[in-house]
Design a protein around this ligand. Sequence first.
Ligand SMILES: Cc1cc2nc3c(=O)[nH]c(=O)nc-3n(C[C@H](O)[C@H](O)[C@H](O)COP(=O)(O)O)c2cc1C
Length: 190
Amino acid sequence: MKRALIIMGSHKRHGNTHDLVSYLVEALFERDIQSDVLDINQLAIQHCLDCGHCTKHYASCVIADDMKKVYNAFKQANYIIFASPVYFNGVTSKLKTLVDRCQMIFMCHFSHSKSFRTLPGKGAIISIAGAEAYPDQFLGSENSLGLVFKNLDMPLAYHMKLSGTDNCAVLDREVDIREALAEMISALEA
Ligand SMILES: Cc1cc2nc3c(=O)[nH]c(=O)nc-3n(C[C@H](O)[C@H](O)[C@H](O)COP(=O)(O)O)c2cc1C
């Protein structure tokens, strides 16, 4: 059975992103894919200190916190999906803290010429924005999370972009969302 790791990046425990992730877990189950959800609010993750440890030591970070769980989950997943609200055209600050701790993964390639992961896999992004669509609304999120996938050696298979939650919440557009999620899972499995 394939495994999908979902990082729920919203600061709100029962907001739009949380609701969408619930639909995603159901959609993955219907396709025989196991979901492992990590809620950013339940992870204690410190900021990257730029201490240089990972430059000298392959795949090693000095900070002993919940990022260890995330690194392990990154290794075991066939698919990784980041789901985040758009905050100032980027991801939430809690998710950005997790992203910065992926510097250790960057260093695997950059300083040690080795991959962090051995398993082949693909990545996807789900971005949820309050305003109606405008240029660059999702650019920051895609740049940042796209770089994480590059360092994980996982192609970005799909970016689901949902605008306008201020006027129409995720729960009020269930049919469209289930369709988009099915498309996303197909892109991951292709
Ligand atoms: C701090 C903050 C910054 C935000 N920045 C943007 C933004 O730049 N563009 C946008 O369209 N919506 C923005 N929003 C709206 C959220 O993306 C939107 O409310 C989203 O549905 C929140 O998801 P959640 O319910 O999972 O928390 C912002 C909201 C907050 C609280």
